[in-house]
Write a protein that binds this ligand. Structure first.
Ligand SMILES: Cc1cc2nc3c(=O)[nH]c(=O)nc-3n(C[C@H](O)[C@H](O)[C@H](O)COP(=O)(O)OP(=O)(O)OC[C@H]3O[C@@H](n4cnc5c(N)ncnc54)[C@H](O)[C@@H]3O)c2cc1C
Length: 537
């Protein structure tokens, strides 16, 4: 059963090694957890639905289902769920099973002047699906039941799915036919195809398979102005591509009911390796060279010294770590080391050739592999488990969150240093340290994404925890804007990033988007307040 107030399945828990607690207390000071509200406390607060009088089989109005669809996974969402102070709940949740039912629901919403929030897996970390206060009733339209593989055109390598298929559902249905989509965001367990397209998601193996923009071939959207069909051309010069227009639309245009994606035959070999480089400069140069030389990796990520230090200490127990660090020192790798993880995927001979090419570059930059393959396998095995760490840290009284951007190479290093400094000192007025660390998560020939995590003490109450987050988030977002990065490389805009969007789109660009949304949604009922800030519900 999915947790109602946190990440993932209730039966899965992550524990930290005993040494982690002392590390956190050394870095940030000792802390204590805040009390969690119970589900029954929250059920008691859910107000009567403003859609109570409507007799329609698809509208579910019981308190628990409204609670379970009221929040995503941003830190403010997390604090709301743990404290039980949700604020606003949807008035009803609808879980249609077909495109026709989605259309029927949009008509029902129009009849009752209701807002519609399309909901995929609810894994948004930017406030995409959190209802805001409104005079109008709110229907959250969850695509969960539309999760089937509808068609597989093997000759073209195009699969059509119901838009609510979650990552494991997509892969299991394709795998049974010998294919993979290859889209593996860290939220893969719970996020959906429709959500990936609507928020321009990026998977961990995008170096091989591409971001969702490259995987998205077409589909169907039900909008308040009618259906929009997007045919699956391999390429087109027929004016602006409407597929680009709907990618990243964050529920503002309508509801994806069917999504067509470009799939690949299952690879017969996949190898992940973790290596260590002596310092940040060499790790940075090495990653850039691997991509510039077009070494055919499926994944590449590089942790800076702070992330390498933190990751090792939070994941490995003291004795094993001591042993690992001694071995690394013998190979000339000490303080300031950086961890690099790479993946090679495909047909066996090609995978081995890629490994050889990568090793040549890695050696030139002083990379050292310990226990070849073992650390990489450990990473691959645990890659969808890391989000559960938020629970473990919470139980010790620490909050963890992330922010991310992408920039051209000429600005990546300066940005990371400055953003880490601003975030690390964001709470200095309160004498509170923030522990901050970064990795390059998606690496391109032109530049890189920079994915930063930070930890802080929750303080004595929920208001303090939220206020600390607000200060840090503002410092991080301002650093991104000041360095000319995009406000999001993969998490999307939602409500949290909307105030910063004008810096990259410009006034005219934002106005054009607003006009476009109105054409599909003249009454402004599709997820208002998300993506475009001025457009309040
Ligand atoms: C632990 C964790 C790790 C993450 N890792 C990654 C990562 O590696 N890469 C990455 O890209 N993101 C990541 N994310 C962010 C998040 O998973 C993505 O934004 C994802 O694409 C959201 O998909 P979802 O199905 O959960 O959509 P939701 O959160 O339900 O919705 C997101 C937006 O899409 C819209 N939407 C959803 N479904 C539809 C539909 N059928 N039609 C129209 N609009 C729709 C919603 O209205 C909303 O605006 C992570 C999040 C968490 C919590």
């Amino acid at each position: 059963m999915r947790r109602w107030n946190g990440w993932g399945d209730e039966s899965i828990d992550m524990t930290l090694p005993a040494s982690a607690e002392s590390l956190l207390s050394e870095l940030l000071g000792s802390s204590a957890p805040l009390p969690d509200a119970s589900l029954s406390d929250v059920v008691g607060q859910v107000p009567e639905s403003r859609l109570a009088g409507i007799d329609h089989a698809l509208l579910e109005r019981d308190a628990e289902i409204r609670i379970r669809h009221a929040r995503g996974q941003s830190l403010p969402d997390w604090l709301a769920m743990r404290s039980g102070h949700f604020g606003i709940f949807p008035d009803a949740v609808a879980r249609p099973e077909s495109g026709e039912q989605v259309r029927e629901l949009l008509e029902l919403a129009a009849e009752h002047d209701a807002i519609v929030i399309p909901y995929g897996g609810g894994t948004s970390v930017a406030g995409h699906i959190t209802p805001a206060e409104s005079q109008r009733p709110i229907i959250t339209l969850a695509l969960t039941k539309m999760n089937r593989l509808l068609d597989l055109d093997e000759a073209s390598g195009v699969a059509t799915f119901g838009a609510g298929a979650r990552g494991p559902e997509v892969e299991a249905q394709l795998r049974a036919r010998g294919y993979t989509l290859g889209h593996f965001p860290q939220s893969w367990e719970l996020s959906t195809l429709g959500g990936w397209v609507a928020s321009r998601s990026s998977g961990q193996q995008s170096l091989r398979y591409g971001r969702i923009e490259q995987l998205f071939a077409g589909g169907r959207i039900e909008t308040p102005s009618g259906p929009l069909d997007l045919p699956t051309f391999p390429a087109s010069a027929a004016g602006p591509d409407l597929r680009e227009l709907v990618l990243g639309s964050e529920g503002r245009l309508g509801v994806f009911t069917e999504v067509c994606v470009r799939v690949s035959p299952l690879p017969d070999e996949e190898i992940f390796e973790t290596l260590f480089l002596p310092d940040w400069q060499r790790a940075f140069d090495c990653a850039r060279e691997l991509v510039r030389q077009r070494v055919g990796l499926s994944m590449l990520r590089v942790a800076n010294p702070a992330e390498t230090f933190t990751g090792l200490r939070l994941a490995v127990d003291k004795k094993q770590l001591g042993w690992l660090e001694r071995l690394l020192r013998l190979r000339g790798i000490g303080e300031g080391k950086c961890m690099l993880t790479l993946g090679c995927t495909g047909h066996r001979p090609a995978v081995h050739e890629t490994q050889q090419q990568a090793r040549t570059v890695l050696r030139r930059h002083g990379a050292v592999a310990l226990m070849p393959g073992k650390l990489g396998r450990k990473w691959a095995h645990g890659r969808f488990r890391y989000p559960y760490l938020r629970e473990a840290l919470w139980r010790l009284g620490y909050a963890v969150d992330t922010f991310e951007t992408a920039l051209d190479w000429s600005r990546v290093d300066g940005y990371i240093r400055d953003a880490e400094k601003r975030v690390g000192t964001a709470l200095s007025d309160q004498d509170e340290p923030v522990h901050v660390f970064t990795h390059l998560s998606h690496i391109y020939r032109q530049g890189s994404s920079a994915y930063t995590s930070y930890l802080y003490r929750v303080g004595n109450d929920y208001d303090t925890a939220l206020e600390r987050w607000r200060i840090i988030k503002a410092a991080a977002s301002q650093a991104i804007v000041d360095w000319g990065g995009t406000i999001s490389h993969q998490h999307g805009v939602g409500r949290d990033h909307a105030p910063y969007l004008q810096a990259e789109k410009g006034e005219l660009g934002l106005a054009a988007l607003g006009t476009l949304f109105r054409r599909f949604d003249p009454d402004g009922r599709m997820n208002p307040g998300v993506l475009l800030p001025e457009d309040k519900p």
